[in-house]
Ligand binder design. Structure first.
Ligand code: DX5
Ligand code: ZN
Length: 236
């Protein structure tokens, strides 16, 4: 069973970084979360923004922030994003020796906790950790850059995670990130994802808010529900 409503999270990686507050406003009212990609030039080759910029952006937007840390040593930084007011803070399993401990720290610091699984990492070894987490982010590309092609073979991980979450009656969102667009979101929803990150498909569109609404409609149709949040949703 997929929890309704579905979550659509535009990624600001595809937005104009000179106008981030305006770009966040452009999807307010249509999007559920704002996905913020933090990259450190070590865990991934790319470099984006860090804590001071995210702190400023948090003050400029009402949307719940879904912070995706693609950084080494996430225990050093992740709790600061929670303290700054992020709704959900996700770090990579590949970068963390004790994911359950960091999840506990994040929850204590006031955010939800998310675990990310990169393209080359099997999900099976992490399923037992899910009771410590609120979101499981399954990369549908290799983490590091926007605009890459969706990898449908990653959906086997989504299906395995969905089976595990449903069998255990866990309250964990299964989020997909990478190449999510009008022609791929239905397959991800049918596989069991219930949160969808989209960068290029939203900020590459003439009307980003309308792009979010269209993505939601396609995902909802594939998931078999309405998925109609009708606006920001922060409860799950
Ligand atoms: C890439 C990031 C993604 C990225 C997705 O590592 O984690 O969030 O913004 O961009 P698109 O939707 O263009 O694939
Ligand atoms: Zn991301």
């Amino acid at each position: 069973m997929i929890a309704a409503p579905l979550v659509i999270a535009p990624s600001i990686l595809a937005a104009d970084f000179a106008h981030l507050a305006d770009e966040a406003r452009a999807v307010a009212g249509a999007a559920d979360w704002l996905h913020v990609d933090v990259m450190d030039n070590h865990f991934v080759p790319n470099l984006t923004i860090g804590l001071p910029v995210v702190q400023s952006l948090l003050k400029a937007s009402e949307l719940p922030f879904d912070v995706h840390l693609m950084i080494e040593r996430p225990a050093r930084w992740a709790p600061s994003y929670a303290e700054a007011g992020a709704y959900n803070v996700t770090f990579h399993a590949e970068a963390c020796a004790d994911p359950a401990a960091l999840a506990k720290d994040l929850r204590a610091a006031g955010s939800r906790a998310g675990l990310a699984i990169d393209r080359d990492t099997p999900v099976e070894g992490y399923l037992e950790l899910l009771p410590h987490f609120d979101t499981l982010l399954i990369m549908t590309i290799k983490a590091g850059f926007g605009g890459q092609a969706f990898l449908p073979e990653m959906l086997a991980k989504v299906r395995a995670a969905r089976r595990h979450v449903d069998a255990g009656h866990l309250e964990v969102r299964i989020e997909v990130d990478g190449g999510i667009a009008a022609d791929t979101i239905a397959a991800a929803a049918a596989a069991g994802a219930d949160a969808f990150v989209a960068g290029t498909a939203v900020y590459g569109a003439d009307d980003p808010a309308e792009a979010v609404r269209r993505l939601r409609a396609r995902a909802a149709a594939a998931a078999g529900g309405t998925g109609a949040a009708g606006g920001p949703e922060v409860g799950r």
